[in-house]
Design a protein around this ligand. Structure first.
Ligand code: ATP
Ligand code: MG
Length: 589
């Protein structure tokens, strides 16, 4: 693995091209910033915006962040970092249902874990869209007064029918031509709780015959009696997402509003809202512009919030941070690293075409980053005993193992050798198959960092399983001594001294789903769960691992990358999670 790969500069992409073009033209050069979000008057009283661009990451606090969000986080925060701008951390909490503080906390935690913050130019750019409800309401009244919005009392069913189809234009509502005064009176009554939920909506008055269905008088406010986590019971009307979002962007002086492709058809309405409010003097030019990119689709996982909730609530996994889940909280516990995610998002790039990314690409990125950073340790995961016949009882000696083969500056550690060792079950065969170079009666191998040994025999239990292997060691062959090369052997196996080993719980995690596209071809996605996605074993580890701190990562030689679990580990008793194997076992399947 070359080191260039881990230090790659993000490739350019169409969004970078747009930003570079805007910076060159000075599109956003004369913007002012009022020090906090606000309307045109607020910003015009401010000073020239020190941020060259403003982007935002706007999650709805109704679930945990997942790997798809990481793409959006690296994109938005990364652009702000690279172009001397700011990325706002904004909670899009205009929908009163399903939003909880627990999600807000965990989202903040995860974005920070990925390495980003929102302090810039002396301000904390952490915002809540619900703080803009007053402005959104005022803007709605302004639209009504200008004849751009009306209160509709058709039933939901009538509205649906009168919207028309892709091939047929819609029909005007019988309420479409009310006077501004009447609309204003009714809208205020809606706000004041005079009408039941669902009895009327405020709609933008655009064009019921527009070829873009999203412009056929979309709803902008609805009546919904629900307690909001931020504003409590102050409001019983709430703005629709497609109306609220452009306003949030404009109040925050966002320059480049980046979202996923499914919002492409909404862009004309996004622009409509902003242009009308600018004409009315509530917002100032230059207005934010929306750009769409392809969302991340990843094989072998599900990224839909509904399915993730179902997996957690129905206990297919152990909570939101189960290391098998594609949530960022789960990935963190699994031992995936922010650097690995950064490499991944750089590598998959940003495009306008939907595609599937193979899970292997993500795993390779984690391997690559961990290969460079993780110290090496020895772990025997499926232990059998190896007894060195001719090694004195009670004697022990130090062997020196490098912490990182490519980084001598990381030094060595001592691993004690004694008469009885643990070795891997698969490193012994009673009757070797062709090409097997490890232990079998009569054969010689090197005990890594120790001596060459020759197998002399073995014991089996009543079930025919090998329990102990016997060998003689060749005293002049210790690694690092002049005699080390005197005997040539083809096999090299790892081991841990029985008397010194740290016996630990190790979780061998594998992919959560056994199918690349869970739930396709009429299958229930739950039927595609991998029944072997977790195996908990008791392993024998080299003694230094007893001191591992939560979240420390290691390569267990010949096995893969492991992390000390950040939740279940206690001082002196870490539990390890397998992050990823050394090689990909799924490609061959
Ligand atoms: P939903 O709208 O169903 O609640 P969501 O996945 O859109 O779910 P949000 O909290 O609205 O969740 O997402 C926050 C941001 O993350 C949005 O800007 C969205 O575009 C982006 N995002 C969400 N999923 C992905 C994905 N798979 N790939 C890239 N970006 C994503
Ligand atoms: Mg969304």
């Amino acid at each position: 693995m070359s080191s260039e790969k881990t230090t790659n500069v993000p490739a350019t992409n169409f969004i970078r091209n747009i930003i570079e073009h805007d910076l060159e033209k000075g599109t956003y050069q004369n913007r002012r910033w009022g020090g906090s979000p606000g309307d045109a008057a607020h910003h015009s009283n401010g000073s020239p915006d020190p941020a060259k661009i403003r982007t935002r990451f706007p999650p709805e606090p109704n679930g945990y962040l997942h790997i798809g969000h990481a793409k959006s986080i690296f994109l938005n925060f990364g652009l702000a970092r690279d172009y001397d701008g700011v990325c706002h951390m904004r909670f899009d909490d205009t929908n009163p249902e399903k939003e909880e503080q627990e999600y807000v906390d965990s989202i903040i935690d995860m974005v920070q874990w990925l390495g980003f913050g929102w302090e810039k130019y002396g301000t904390t750019h952490l915002y809540f869209a619900s703080d803009y409800f007053d402005f959104m309401y005022r803007a709605a009244e302004a639209l009504i007064e200008a004849g751009h919005a009306y209160v509709d009392e058709q039933s939901a069913e009538e509205m649906r029918i009168n919207r028309g189809t892709l091939t047929e234009p819609g029909k005007d509502s019988p309420y479409r031509n009310r006077s501004a005064a009447e609309n204003l009176r009714l809208f205020r009554e809606m706000r004041d709780g005079k009408h039941p939920d669902g009895s009327m909506v405020l709609r933008a008055k655009i064009d019921m015959a527009s070829p873009n269905i999203n412009l056929r008088d979309p709803a902008i406010y609805r009546i919904r009696r629900a307690t909001h986590h931020n504003t409590g019971d102050k409001w019983c009307i709430y703005p629709m997402y497609t109306y609220a979002h452009p306003i949030e962007d404009a109040l925050e002086q966002i320059t480049h509003s980046i979202c996923t492709l499914e919002f492409e058809d909404q862009r004309p309405f996004y622009d409509w809202v902003l242009l009308r409010l600018a004409e009315l003097g509530l917002l100032a030019h230059p207005l934010p512009r929306q750009y769409e990119f392809a969302r991340l689709n990843l094989t072998y996982v599900v990224l839909s919030k509904r399915k993730l909730i179902e997996l957690v609530e129905n206990k297919h996994v152990n909570g939101w941070d189960d290391p098998r889940l594609p949530t960022l909280a789960g990935a963190r516990r699994r031992g995936y690293t922010p650097e690995g995610f950064r490499l991944f998002t750089d590598r998959i790039g940003v495009s306008k075409a939907d595609s599937w990314i193979d899970y292997t690409i993500l795993e390779d990125c984690m391997r690559e980053v961990l290969n460079a950073s993780a110290q090496r340790r020895i772990a025997v995961l499926d232990p059998i005993r190896l007894v060195i016949n001719n090694y004195p009882e009670g004697q022990e000696e130090d062997c020196h193992a490098p912490n990182h083969p490519q980084k001598p500056e990381l030094g060595h550690r001592v691993v004690p050798l004694s008469k009885e060792l643990w070795i891997e079950r698969e490193d012994f065969m009673e009757e070797p198959v062709k090409g097997y170079f490890r232990l079998y009666p009569g054969n010689m191998v090197r005990l890594r960092y120790g001596y060459v040994v020759k197998c002399t025999g073995f014991d089996k239990d009543a079930n025919g399983n090998v329990t102990t292997v016997y060998c003689d060691y060749l005293p002049d062959t210790k690694s690092g001594t002049s005699g080390a090369d005197s005997v040539k052997v083809k096999g090299n196996i790892h081991w841990v001294s029985v008397a010194h080993a740290y016996t630990a719980e190790v979780r061998l995690y594998d992919r959560l789903f056994k199918e690349a596209h869970p739930g396709t071809d009429d299958r229930d996605y739950l039927d595609d769960l991998n029944p072997d996605s977790i195996k908990v074993i008791t392993a024998q580890l080299e003694p230094s691992l007893k001191e591992a701190k939560p979240e420390e990562t290691f390569q267990f030689e010949r096995h893969g990358y492991f992390v000390a679990d950040r939740i279940d580990s206690t001082v002196g008793k870490p539990v390890f999670n397998r992050t990823v194997t050394l090689r990909d076992a799924w490609q061959k399947k």
